[in-house]
Design a protein around this ligand. Structure first.
Ligand code: SF4
Length: 458
């Protein structure tokens, strides 16, 4: 019992988080920056932060994550990090030759108050940024939001610094995929391709963090959105942003800056959210849905129908990021499952209201908390147990202590593979989620079944 000290009695805590259900902003910013082709993310702070952020991404994706750091010392902690960043920009362009350096801040540089746009302007004035190369930035203090906020801020930074209108509306759509896996980005692109809709996706970490083993090291893997595409995003006829928290700020900025109208949707996880995504693309681009997509949808509906008895009224507890949890909760409710304890570490009252709206017809009370933690989730579970846990690797402690099956979903997943290769978005992604949920539930049923009811055919 690793968590044996978790008490059943609930006490409201305002200044203490125990086992957080989130990580820090710079991790999301670094992940987003890796979705630009030939981009080197740069952590403006101490080496400790940088090492933690890189290692978290490497542990999740099982891929090397290239980044640079301002390597603050005691001196820069007192007098500011301008000299370090100027030196870093010069060194990086000279030695590593990226097209873009994407600077994100850390708690330390934010607390000092380093003015990053001013430092970038100074670097440009001093000729440290070669012609045709770019330095963009996002402010990402840990004490605001979470890794999802950091992702959103860096994607917004891409628009702030690079998107530009050419005065025309080109026949293509911008797709901002949200904080999802590289394979999810690939799947979203594939669905747009099936529909015949020309797109620019940004960021795009497919082939960057789920690339093949070639036997050769590539500082900048083949994937990612090019700088040209980021500039051209300002001339697209519309933007579809997936996940209000992760993609909404960039989409709204693009609308304000370049007058590209946007639709902000939920992540296409599950049947209804994918229907909405496909229908929105169809409507904006004026295309019809091909048989190939109808076939994928029909298969998902078929499995939901065939397996409904195993989902019916199973209680679930969820921990993760708001955009994912909203769509996942809606999907589970549509399966007649009961998501009854839902926690995200990312603050935001809109999340709680949205979950309450989705679950309002469940004949069971629902606990939901934004800026909550896994300690609270564990306490809820003890007073009202569930049949299934869904969330990141850190839930395995609760799963083990309370003997509840766990489906790994979200970020980070440190002890399994598959998440970066097999999507959970779209109709095919829905099928994969159903398979994982059914495997967990039916394995448990098999394990606990008495001999006389141990079934061969389910
Ligand atoms: S929480 Fe702040 S100090 Fe800690 S790793 Fe993240 S950015 Fe660095």
């Amino acid at each position: 019992m690793l968590l044996r000290h978790t008490p059943n009695e609930l006490k409201e805590r305002t200044a203490l988080t125990v086992n957080p259900a989130k990580t820090c902003q710079p991790i999301g910013a670094m992940y987003a920056a890796l979705g630009i082709q030939r981009c080197l993310p740069h952590s403006h702070g101490s080496q400790g932060c940088y090492a933690y952020h890189r290692s978290t991404l490497t542990r999740h994706y099982k891929e090397p994550v290239m980044a640079a750091t301002s390597a603050f010392t005691e001196g820069s902690s007192v007098f500011g990090g301008q000299a370090n960043l100027l030196q870093a920009i010069n060194n990086i362009f000279t030695v590593y030759e990226p097209d873009v350096i994407a600077v994100h801040t850390t708690c330390l540089s934010e607390t000092i108050g380093d003015d990053i746009p001013q430092i970038i302007a100074k670097a440009r004035d001093e000729g440290k940024i070669p012609a045709g190369r770019h330095v963009i930035h996002a402010n990402t203090p840990r004490y605001v939001g979470s890794h999802v906020t950091g992702f959103a801020n860096m994607v917004k930074g891409m628009v702030d610094y690079l998107a530009a209108s050419n005065g025309h509306r080109e026949n293509r759509i911008n797709l901002i995929p949200g904080y999802v896996e590289p394979c999810d980005m690939e799947e979203i692109k594939r669905l747009a391709g099936e529909l015949g809709v020309p797109i620019i996706m940004f960021p795009d970490t497919s082939k960057v963090l789920n690339g093949p083993q070639t036997g050769k090291f590539h500082m900048y893997p083949a994937g990612g959105t090019t700088v040209e595409e980021l500039i051209e995003a300002g001339s697209s006829m519309g933007t579809v942003a997936l996940g209000p928290l992760a993609s909404g700020p960039a989409a709204r900025t693009l609308d304000t800056k370049c007058k590209v109208p946007c639709e902000i949707l939920n992540l296409p996880i599950g049947l209804r959210a994918t229907d909405t995504f496909i229908d929105t693309l169809r409507h904006i681009a004026g295309v019809t849905v091909p048989d190939s997509i109808n076939l994928e949808r029909g298969r998902l509906v078929d499995v939901i129908t065939d397996m409904h008895q195993y989902f019916y009224h199973r209680k679930v507890a969820l921990a993760g990021d708001p955009d994912q949890l909203v769509s996942l909760t809606e999907f589970l409710v549509s399966l007649d499952m009961w998501p009854i304890h839902i926690v995200t570490g990312t603050p935001g009252k809109k999340f709680e209201a949205r979950i309450q709206e989705i679950t309002k017809e469940l004949p069971h009370p629902v606990n939901v908390r934004a800026a909550g933690d896994m300690f609270l989730l564990h306490q809820w579970l003890r007073s009202d147990p569930v049949d299934l846990l869904m969330g990141n690797t850190y839930l395995k402690y609760i799963a083990r202590d309370e003997d509840i099956p766990l489906v790994r979903f979200g970020f980070p997943i440190l002890d399994r593979i598959g998440h970066s290769y097999f999507p959970t978005v779209g109709y095919r992604g829905g099928l994969r989620l159903l398979e994982k949920i059914l495997d967990a539930l039916l394995d448990r049923q098999d394990r606990d079944a008495p001999e006389e009811s141990f079934e061969l055919v389910m």
